[in-house]
Ligand binder design. Structure first.
Ligand code: MG
Length: 260
């Protein structure tokens, strides 16, 4: 079976390194973020006599935006005017940045109190890949990547983690620039063309295409296979366990079958 799209794509069995996005690929972190926003805005809006916070607010004003933008846009919708403040503001500050920092504290609290379970299919794939000798890294825009991996009990699996903190310390451009993935491949001692990018976001698969990686796998958690393919995925799966048979030493030496 041939892989669709790019001529440079090589089968999974021919690769050496796997570069995993975190949120939506290894862990269902969106649910934790949703609960953290509710934990912030539920009491806050009540105290300010505004209409109660609902899940609909999350999708309308917050989802997918940088934290402070999410705060600003929800407050605007409720007619609450706060000064911007600065990222160094305390979580207690009544500013846009203060509330954003309070949301981050709520996220950490949610993780500590309830943990997060990695996707079982992703764990099965990770186990099989590590047993087959692939090198693995996590590449995430999130500054919370280490806490999420720790809460899921898989922090020690990854010798290389390039997260939001590493990216800003090293001046690496975020996705869709390929820089963070390239940095992870280099740290694993591999070149881009022998590394696989595994992503659930269009900006992430685009980073894979921009970096001319050996293979770009899109994981469809709701974005849609067409969008992922359009932005650079060579293969789209709905669960990482669908890739196990394509691993080196697996039963399907031709690599993972494209879906749809
Ligand atoms: Mg993601």
């Amino acid at each position: 079976m041939t892989l669709p799209t790019r001529g440079t794509a090589r089968p999974l069995a021919a690769q050496r390194a796997l570069l995993f996005d975190l949120d939506g690929v290894l862990t269902p972190t969106a649910a934790v973020h949703m609960r953290a926003w509710a934990r912030l805005f539920g009491p806050y809006l009540e105290q300010h006599g505004a209409a109660p916070y609902t899940d609909d607010d999350y999708f309308r004003y917050v989802d997918g935006k940088p934290r402070y933008d999410g705060v600003r846009s929800l407050l605007q919708a409720r007619g609450i005017d706060l000064p911007e403040g600065a990222p160094s503001d305390s979580p207690d500050a009544d500013t846009v940045c203060g509330l954003g920092n309070r949301k981050n504290a709520a996220f950490t609290a949610e993780l500590t109190e309830h943990g997060v379970d990695a996707y079982p299919g992703s764990m099965a794939f990770l186990d099989a890949a590590m047993a087959a000798g692939y090198r693995v890294a996590v590449v995430s825009s999130s500054a919370n990547a280490r806490s999420v991996l720790d809460a899921a009990g898989i922090l020690d699996r990854f010798p290389v983690i390039v997260d939001g903190t590493v990216a800003s310390a090293d001046g690496l451009a975020g996705k869709p620039a390929p820089d963070t993935f390239l940095d992870a491949a280099t740290r694993l001692g591999c070149s881009a063309d022998e590394s696989v990018v595994i992503e659930d976001a269009t900006s992430g698969v685009e980073a894979g295409r921009n970096g001319r990686f050996g293979l770009v796998v899109g994981v469809d958690r709701g974005v849609g296979a067409a969008a992922l393919t359009e932005h650079g995925a060579d293969v789209v799966v709905t669960d990482l366990d669908q890739l196990i048979s394509g691993l080196r030493g697996g039963s399907d030496a031709a690599g993972p079958a494209p879906t749809r």
